[in-house]
Write a protein that binds this ligand. Structure first.
Ligand code: 13P
Length: 284
């Protein structure tokens, strides 16, 4: 049964379903072009499609936007700078992305945090830049194995969500998407149990609500803005575990790494998204 959520304007909303593929640092020009074409072909004439987003490396953005342009498949970047232009060798700006019809951007992926110095503060800057430029930000949060073993999962996730939202107005949240990706489940084949992924995805949503519920002198003005924000799960998502995840209350889609690298593995995950759309049609 579809669940009904009450949005910030008091309008009933059902959260949309998003299936995103993060190709990471994979695919040559020719390989990427072929994969995008195979996905476009695979979803052609399909009904109840979820929002499908391919996030290829920068070198393939132009080609993938071209191959997907008359299809239901959208394109996202894996990262971006928060400044519009300037002497920042090696960086790519939000202005460059929007000028080539890229509509989405991953922000704060754990691999950016782990290997490229991304912090909660730079995540916040990038998120503001994405909102300013009308890109759909997919903000990634999640704990490491050590943090989980030390019982810090909830504290880490809450901190990452709240820090990402610093100085962002509730009314600007319409476009935002969160992804819960426990670092220990990424590329390891270890999936987070669906119930636990659902619990933490719910915590992401609750944290957004709490963040905007702060009122003066104990008079809390309760926000429900989190109820309309899609939260995806990522970490060893495959055709064999995605149905179980998407059946749960707080998981609105998937952010897929390894299994997005072949059409054979990714198309069944899109199909699982379509089943959720049929169950929970999103607001037009
Ligand atoms: P895997 O699906 O390969 O675990 O990667 C998940 C991920 O990091 C997607 O952003």
């Amino acid at each position: 049964m579809g669940r009904l959520f009450v949005g910030v304007l008091g309008v009933s909303t059902k959260r949309r379903t998003i299936i995103a593929g993060n190709w990471k640092m994979n695919k040559t020009f020719g390989e990427g072009k072929k994969l995008a074409a195979a996905i476009v072909e695979g979803v052609k004439d399909k009904k109840d499609l979820p929002e499908i987003v391919l996030c290829p490396p920068f070198t393939l953005l132009s080609e993938v936007t071209e191959s997907t342009k008359d299809s239901a498949v959208k394109v996202g970047a894996q990262n971006m700078d928060y400044r519009d232009e300037g002497a920042y060798t090696g960086e790519v700006s939000p202005v460059m992305l929007t000028s080539m019809s890229v509509g989405y951007v991953l922000i704060g992926h754990s691999e950016r945090r782990q290997f490229f110095g991304e912090t909660n503060a730079t995540v916040n800057l990038r998120l503001k830049a994405a909102l300013r430029h009308d890109l759909v930000p997919i903000v990634c949060v999640g704990e490491t194995l050590d943090e989980r073993e030390d019982g810090l999962t909830d504290a880490v996730v809450r901190r990452q969500v709240a820090a990402a939202l610093a100085d962002i107005d509730e009314t600007d949240l319409e476009k935002i998407v969160f992804a819960y990706e426990p670092v220990w489940a990424i590329g390891t084949g270890k999936t987070c149990e669906a119930d636990e992924a659902n619990r933490v995805a719910g915590l992401v949503r609750a944290t957004v609500n709490e963040f905007y519920s702060r009122g003066e002198s104990g008079q809390k003005n309760k926000s429900t803005v989190g109820e309309q924000i899609p939260v995806l799960y990522g970490g060893s998502v495959k055709a064999s575990n995605v149905d179980e995840q998407l059946a749960l209350e707080h998981i609105d889609g998937s952010l897929v790494g390894g299994a997005s690298l072949t059409a054979q593995e990714f198309l069944p995950i899109i199909e699982a998204g379509a089943k959720r759309v049929a169950r929970v049609p999103s607001k037009a």
